[in-house]
Design a binder for this molecule. Structure first.
Ligand code: SAM
Length: 266
């Protein structure tokens, strides 16, 4: 981060597509560059359901946030925040309980700056530039600690981020490190891309030129991220079918994103 709280130009790689900006483009946002739009169009050509998929993922996140806040959780650690897309996590949470505190974590300086600008002045949120691949640094980060008390239940959001971790990153160890920092009564909200419903190797190839690779995983592999948690009904489901509150859009059965919400019991 720059001294003024902004980012230095050299930190932003606009020569290669970036997941946060591709996702923003697919959601209809404006915080993206030509390389990101091209990658987004290639992705939509390789996986036609991707546009309804990203919207369904976002809607899943909002239903899951309402669920965990409704269950009494008052602190949310959202890792892989993405560029602000209203309603954001804190807006969704505050509609249920205005005293919810949210720590937003992302490794993209653009996300960090936009989220920081959007949320400045609010004592109940903090925005942190950090990387999921170093989970202990997130747990120990003073800006995270400002709003998250690890002695009280926390909802950990890992929504559409773990598929950017390769096997070499040891994603199960990373999720387990975060889980072990959470007290009983905490929740994990996780969504993850898969090719269980269609061959999506072409979609993975688009990300191979991006700043993060896409690592599609089958259901059994995604289930392992919930070790130590108890999944709430209906278990790990395609995101449009996790407790839908409106009719699912046509083509929803082809959406290759799993989502689940689970509670840590001990
Ligand atoms: C597809 S967006 C998901 C945004 C939001 N969670 C949602 O589901 O609507 C993925 C986000 O994860 C971030 N990200 C990817 N890899 C990351 C890492 N290793 N550490 C922290 N953030 C990461 C990207 O910058 C991007 O903002």
């Amino acid at each position: 981060m720059g001294q003024d709280g902004g980012f230095r130009a050299e930190e932003i790689d606009t020569s290669r597509p970036h997941p946060a900006r591709i996702y923003d483009y697919l959601l209809g946002g404006k915080d993206n560059y030509e390389v990101d739009r091209r990658a987004g169009d290639e992705l939509a050509a390789a996986a036609p359901e991707v546009r309804i998929g990203v919207q369904a993922n976002r809607d899943f996140m909002r239903r899951a946030v309402r669920h965990v806040v409704g269950a009494g959780v008052r602190q949310i650690l959202d890792i892989g925040t993405g560029l602000p897309t209203s309603p954001n996590v804190h807006e969704t949470a505050h509609a249920v309980a205005p005293d919810v505190r949210v720590a937003y974590v992302d490794n993209d300086p653009i996300v960090n700056t936009h989220a920081g600008a959007l949320l400045s002045g609010s004592g109940t949120t903090s925005t942190v530039l950090a990387d999921l691949r170093d989970p202990q640094a997130i747990i120990d980060h003073p800006e995270v600690r400002k709003v998250i008390d690890f002695d009280e239940p926390v909802a950990l959001l890992l929504v559409a981020i773990v598929h950017f971790l390769t096997e070499a990153d040891e994603p199960e160890r990373i999720v387990a490190t975060l889980r072990d920092a959470l007290p009983a009564g905490s929740f994990l909200v996780l969504s993850h891309a898969t090719s269980d419903f269609a061959d999506r190797r072409d979609a993975e190839a688009v990300y191979n030129q991006a700043t993060a690779t896409l690592n599609l995983r089958p259901k059994a592999a995604v289930m392992r991220f919930f070790d130590g948690f108890e999944l709430a009904e209906p278990g790990l489901a395609q995101v449009p079918f996790w407790r839908p509150d409106a009719p699912s859009p046509a083509g929803s059965e082809t959406i290759g994103i799993y989502g689940g919400v689970a509670r840590k019991s001990a």
